[in-house]
Write a protein that binds this ligand. Structure first.
Ligand SMILES: NC(=O)c1ccc[n+]([C@@H]2O[C@H](COP(=O)([O-])OP(=O)(O)OC[C@H]3O[C@@H](n4cnc5c(N)ncnc54)[C@H](OP(=O)(O)O)[C@@H]3O)[C@@H](O)[C@H]2O)c1
Length: 435
């Protein structure tokens, strides 16, 4: 006889509606593929009278969590978000031996290892593909790879809103504020965009990846987070001339027995696949010591892509699978592909006020060519009220750069440079200063 699985949703907004739509439209296919019947027995919402994007029986909706427990679900889907009261509900669900599928990146970033511990104790599945990269099956892939491979680095574009804003700033030569306002009108950015534009959302996702790949018990050796609010259209233009595109990258990287996490605006060479990932698309590179480099790309948000990830996780639960965090290792393993490469280059963008004389610019260019480190590339721009100089350097001392910027009354923004193989080619070339 076909087994019936009772499903309860916490939340029936964008993600919850996508999940229910897929369960309604694909019910027969799922029955045939898995020999299982999935039935939605409850959906917790704040306001049952609100109009919904999907039709459900009126007795499915409830404002009372007790009603959800009384229906004895086998699987709880967290499509509600936030920490309170969601975390308490998920802990309760696990203690009741419900399997959990979640799209809630905030909760998984902060409490992922804790929830894994509870799920292991109760012998239930915990899956959360939708929390990172929407419909892109990157966590499932990582979970599969971790059996034999040792992941050395995961990096990519994990926030669609900021990728959309940076793409439009470059393609339409617009200021950040203008593009943000447009994105809000089009629904690509929230009314309060802080979580996206300050990099918190991307950081939550890379933290989840960090737990999965490098172990839940280990704290990162270093973590940095910067968003895109300081990125200007002038900066994008000059780095474009030097052969780089500015992207908000999230990077999790193995370092010895630990790992580091970083989110920040990063220069990506035009020839790198990530440079071609535009608008609201996400993309993730994974490096495993056996498999080498893998690239995953697709839509990182939206009702159906995210709903797809949730439903696929539900089907994994039905098949008895769960995510497992990387176990701490005793001793090293033989590494076939090398450890992650980090770029030694740094990009420095100086803004000089127009009133500054040419001599400040000349002093800055002369400093960059002789004292700042090894200069790979440099270019300038005169626009509006400012005079701009962008340089890519290796072996630079950040404090010396900052001190010199102060000395010539310039504002300095430093950026990381991804896999700076292109810039390294400049080692052989003579750099001609643009004066
Ligand atoms: N949207 C995406 O594309 C996307 C992509 C990946 C991950 N996620 C994650 O998925 C989760 C849900 O996102 P969403 O965009 O679907 O949010 P949403 O559209 O705002 O939906 C939230 C749902 O949860 C219900 N809810 C919220 N607080 C509640 C409470 N205290 N008690 C009972 N019900 C409550 C709401 O009820 P009412 O409908 O009655 O207000 C609503 O149905 C979040 O963690 C988000 O980060 C979203």
């Amino acid at each position: 006889m076909m087994k019936k699985w009772k499903i309860a949703l916490l939340g029936l907004g964008t993600v919850g509606s996508g999940v229910v739509t897929i369960l309604q439209t694909h019910r027969e296919r799922i029955r045939k593929q898995l020999g299982a019947d999935l039935e939605v027995v409850g959906a917790l919402v704040r306001n049952p009278a609100k109009s919904r994007k999907v039709e459900v029986e009126s007795d499915v909706l409830t404002m009372d969590i007790q009603t959800i427990w009384e229906r004895e679900p086998d699987i709880i889907i967290d499509a509600m978000g936030g920490l309170d009261p969601t975390l308490g509900y998920i802990e309760e669900a696990i203690s009741r031996q419900c399997h959990v599928v979640s799209a809630n990146k905030e909760m998984l970033a902060a409490y992922g290892p804790h929830l894994h511990h509870l799920a292991e104790e109760q012998n239930v599945s915990l899956l959360y593909e939708a929390s990172v990269g929407g419909g892109i099956p990157v966590l499932n892939a990582l979970s599969q790879l971790l059996h034999a491979n040792r992941i050395t680095r995961v990096y990519g574009i994990l926030n669609g809103t900021t990728n959309y804003i940076l793409t439009k700033m470059e393609e339409e030569n617009l200021a950040y504020e203008e593009v943000l306002a447009q994105a809000q009108e089009l629904g690509f950015a929230e009314a309060d965009p802080t979580a996206d534009v300050e990099g918190y959302d991307a950081f939550n996702k890379i933290q989840i990846i960090g737990h999965l790949c490098f172990g839940g018990k280990t704290q990162p050796l270093a973590s940095e987070r910067e968003g895109i609010v300081s990125v200007t259209s002038e900066e994008i233009e000059v780095y474009g001339k030097l052969g780089y595109r500015v992207k908000l990258l999230a990077v999790a990287e193995r370092q010895g027995s630990g790992y580091s996490l970083r989110v920040g605006p990063t220069l990506v060479p035009h020839s790198h696949q990530l440079a071609g990932v535009k608008n609201e698309y996400n993309a993730v590179f994974v490096t495993g010591d056996i498999v080498g480099d893998l690239l995953f790309t697709g839509k990182g948000a939206g009702a159906l892509p995210t709903g797809s990830a949730v439903v696929e996780d539900v089907l994994q639960v039905v098949s008895g699978r769960t995510f497992a965090l990387e176990q701490e290792e005793a001793g090293g393993r033989t590494v076939i592909h090398g450890e992650a490469e980090t770029s030694e280059a740094v990009a420095a963008f100086f803004t000089l006020p127009k009133r500054e004389t040419d001599s400040a610019k000349i002093r800055l260019l002369s400093f960059l060519s002789s004292e700042a480190g090894f200069l790979h590339a440099v270019d300038t721009l005169e626009a509006g009220e400012g005079s701009y100089i962008a340089a890519i350097l290796s072996g630079a001392d950040v404090q010396v750069l900052q001190a010199f910027a102060k000395h010539v009354d310039a504002v300095l923004h430093l950026r990381a440079v991804l896999d700076d193989r292109l810039a390294l080619a400049f080692r052989e070339a003579n750099v001609t200063l643009p004066i």
